[in-house]
Design a protein. Structure first.
Lengths: 147, 489
């Protein structure tokens, strides 16, 4: 069985590198698609813009979504993908720097599946990514999407 | 007629009534006195009639009786009975009537008996008697007539005098009083300068009387009133000016409040944005520093010597400490910003929960906590939890290096206030630096001794102040510390 895609929405190249490193460190071998702003993430999900022609019946198994993003921010991305029937059931985890209460509350109101704050300590971050991968890619039963 | 009478004042009518009553009483008394005098005079006249009879008729009648001359007796009696008021006369010898004239009467009479005497042989002998009856009816009738005449005369006179007095009183007093009353009732602040004049003859005007005093008094009163009204008007103008000024000041004040409020709101929004930005943007580079340092150790560790590893360890430690500092700072800011919801809190249970969390986090040796039972507090539970987290974490931290740590939580009542305390027997501190204790980023120990950011107690102080209480500390180096706080004024 071919491993499904993880969509990482992250604008900061350092964070991108570190997240990818943490995923590899935890033996998560899924294909990682990186979108560097909110618009690009939506293009990927809906097969538009640079991703025109992509088969949108195939959707990522997990979306790791940063909140502070150029063009379209993470909360707006979340709102739009929850509004579209093709993506409404996708598991989304907010993976961001802050745990400001307003962000947490709004994210859950918009239908996020979990909210994880990136710790400064890289060891803790690796541990967090390990648990995330274990839960969403192994333990959790994915929603039936596409064929 | 009725209308004409009505123009006279009640005062005039009262005056007339009193005059008539008094004059009637006096007239009655005078009449009674006069009638009494007349009555006495009439009785005197009757008495003189009797004397006339005694002197003029008695000898004639005695001689006629002696001579038993009836005719002469009758003639004399007929003359006698014509005297005024004489009703009846009779000559008797014992019970035998020799002659009589007039008609006998038994009521309202005066009766007098005279002896008829004759000198016979040197002796005076009584040969009979004369009876004279005088009728008083005539006297009474005359007195009655006189009474009526006096009464009617007096009545007419009194009536005329009363009428004249009524008119005179009206002419001299009442009409002027009515004019004054009318004038006074028409007086208003607008026409205080109008003069009051009375319709009086030139003669009366030349002589000063009580009305002139009244006119003078009213004129003075008008002047005083006019002065008072003027003063009042000036005062009102001043008041209105003051009110307008106050209004203006209020408007300006409200304007300023609105401006300040919007400024404050802007500052608050900026602060909010700042805090949000700090929590996102300041932490991101720290993660890179820590993450890539770790990557360096893992991927290129064999090319580094021990010093290189040590440096990288220090870089990571510094980055993580910076992360903690940012978190604590944000918590301190949040403590000031969040809304407080004050309720009654089971403070003992809250403290036990915090202790349980501490055990879980530290996961290490059991620090001996003693918590007084049934502690209660009134405050925001979330904020009180932060207070106890910081105080107990400190107590644990600073007593971690001694053999038998003891940490005690309780409350005492001082001056009517509940004072909560956290006591430990740990490292303590020098009271010379107690002023620095509650300042943000102020520390009394080096990080190598006891790690920390210096934000915890500043956070605690802010929470206690937001509850209207105060916090203070007592300690000795090496002999533990005692933190006390109240939650209300």
């Amino acid at each position: 069985m071919k491993n499904k895609v993880i969509l990482l929405v992250e604008d900061n190249p350092d964070d991108e590198t570190l997240t990818l490193r943490a995923l590899r460190k935890n033996q998560i071998l899924n294909e990682i698609v990186v979108a560097r702003d909110g618009a690009e993430a939506l293009d990927y999900l809906f097969g538009t813009g640079v991703h025109v022609g992509r088969d949108t019946s195939i959707q990522p198994q997990l979306i790791l979504l940063d909140l502070k993003l150029p063009k379209i921010d993470g909360l707006e991305v979340l709102k739009r993908l929850r509004a579209d029937p093709r993506t409404t059931l996708l598991p989304v985890t907010v993976l961001t720097t802050s745990n400001e209460e307003c962000d947490v509350v709004t994210s859950y109101q918009l239908g996020v599946n979990s909210y994880v704050r990136k710790p400064v300590d890289f060891d803790s971050f690796i541990e967090a990514v390990r648990q995330l991968g274990l839960y969403w890619l192994v333990l959790n039963t994915a929603p039936p999407i596409g064929s | 007629m009725r209308k004409w009478l009505a123009k006279f004042s009640p005062l005039g009518w009262r005056l007339v009534a009193a005059t008539v009553a008094f004059s009637t009483v006096v007239a009655l008394l005078a009449t009674a006195f006069q009638l009494y005098i007349d009555y006495r005079r009439e009785l005197g006249e009757i008495e003189s009639t009797f004397e006339q009879v005694e002197q003029s008729y008695l000898p004639t009648l005695a001689n006629a009786l002696w001579a038993t001359n009836r005719h002469e007796l009758q003639v004399a009696l007929n003359g006698l009975v014509r005297l005024p008021d004489v009703q009846y006369v009779a000559v008797k010898d014992n019970d035998k009537i020799w002659a009589e004239a007039g008609h006998p009467k038994s009521q309202n009479i005066r009766l007098r008996d005279y002896p008829l005497t004759q000198v016979h042989r040197g002796e005076i002998i009584t040969i009979g008697g004369l009876t004279v009856v005088v009728d008083l009816a005539g006297v009474y009738q005359r007195l009655l007539d006189k009474f009526w005449v006096i009464l009617i005369t007096n009545g007419v006179k009194t009536f005329l005098v009363a009428g004249f007095m009524l008119w005179l009183f009206h002419w001299l007093v009442t009409r002027h009083l009515q004019r004054i009353a009318e004038f006074a009732s028409c007086l208003s602040p607008g026409n205080l300068h109008e003069r009051l004049t009375l319709d009086r003859s030139a003669h009366a005007q030349n002589k000063l009387d009580e009305f002139d005093l009244v006119l003078d008094g009213i004129s003075r009163m008008q002047f005083n009133l006019a002065t008072a009204v003027q003063t009042l008007e000036q005062d009102i103008v001043k008041l209105e000016q003051a009110e307008a000024e106050i209004q203006q000041l209020n408007t300006a004040l409200e304007q300023r409040v609105v401006e300040r409020t919007s400024q404050l709101e802007a500052v608050n929004q900026e602060l909010e944005a700042f805090s949000y930005s700090v929590s996102h943007d300041l932490r991101t580079p720290l993660r890179s520093i820590d993450g890539f340092s770790q990557a360096l150790v893992e991927d290129y560790g064999e090319r580094l010597d021990a010093v290189g590893h040590d440096y990288l360890k220090r870089v990571r430690h510094a980055a993580q400490r910076m992360g903690l500092l940012i978190d604590d700072l944000l918590r301190l800011a949040r403590v000031t910003r969040t809304d407080m919801k004050q309720v009654h809190v089971d403070f003992s249970a809250l403290t036990q929960e915090v202790i349980a969390d501490l055990h879980k986090h530290k996961g290490c040796s059991e620090a001996p906590f003693r918590v007084q039972a049934s502690l209660v507090a009134y405050g925001d539970p979330a904020l009180l939890r932060i207070v106890m987290e910081n105080l107990l974490d400190n107590a644990w931290k600073y007593s971690s290096k001694i053999a038998q740590p003891q940490i005690e939580v309780g409350s005492v009542v001082q001056n009517g206030h509940t004072v909560y305390f956290v006591r430990d027997n740990g490292a303590g501190f020098d009271m010379a630096y107690v002023d620095k204790l509650f300042g943000a980023f102020q520390r009394l120990h080096r990080d190598e001794e006891f790690p920390g950011t210096g934000v915890g107690l500043a956070t605690v102080k802010r929470i206690v102040h937001r509850h209207g209480g105060k916090i203070w500390a007592e300690a000795q180096p090496g002999a533990g510390a005692l933190f006390s706080f109240t939650l209300t004024h």
